[in-house]
Design a protein around this ligand. Sequence first.
Ligand code: R5P
Length: 288
Amino acid sequence: LRLLSGSANVALSQEVARYLGMDLGPMVRKRFADGELYIQLQESIRGCDVYLIQPTCRPVNDHLMELMIMVDACRRASARQITAVIPYYGYARADRKTAGRESITAKLAANLITQAGASRILAMDLHAAQIQGYFDIPLDHVYGSPILINYLANKQLPDIVVVSPDVGGVARARAFAKKLNDAPLAIIDKRRQAHNVAEVMNVIGDVRGKTAVLVDDMIDTAGTITEAAKILRQQGARQVYACATHAVFSPPAIERLSSGCLEEVIVTNTIPVAEADRFPQLTVLSVA
Ligand code: R5P
């Protein structure tokens, strides 16, 4: 077995390596003058089971390309099996055509990674469960929810209501609520005016006097979660927590999240959270 890391989340890869009691495989990574990436493995992996850890987070194109170059290098070095461990799968939000003449990037990225030579995928909290089927190779889909739920359960918060910030996330929130002592569920009816612009309409369910726990797969610009938190407060929620596996945190996420509408924001380290992006209400749990 060999463990290799891309550059997207070296800290997570090192943590995984520590758990496994092994070193990350040595690799040379260089840039040509025009920005092209060069990768060379520094030891034989012939006949090995290789695990490559690389979330395709920001800058998404660079990290996706780096993953494909690593996979290609492993394939050409005669690895027996190449598992792409993709803690955060970028380009997942365009998972179907919602208007004419659009691309389905979730499928395109799956084709590219497979074509590069991956034989298996291990992904976490894919934006939509059907993305599993976009890969024609085996895919293990694992979740951050056990880690988030365990953390919340230990806090022993009173009168929890789990809230899905949009209708698309209901199945995820329902499963979360079930494991959180069968907590009741509420749903926010969110309408989107444009990409990354969330507008909250209604809350379906009773949140008055309760501890609302918003559950989402990702926080990107934090528009969805902070608008949701505001309406939950307006509807009488006593305090509002936010949980998400992927801390995408594109600007102005940090300003929004630290504006005081949330008691605590709980995320995992599938994507590295930079020092500068940390704020007092943020908790980052490890998925290593
Ligand atoms: C939407 O379908 C997703 O589950 C997230 O709610 C969304 O991508 C979060 O984006 P933002 O933080 O920019 O509102």
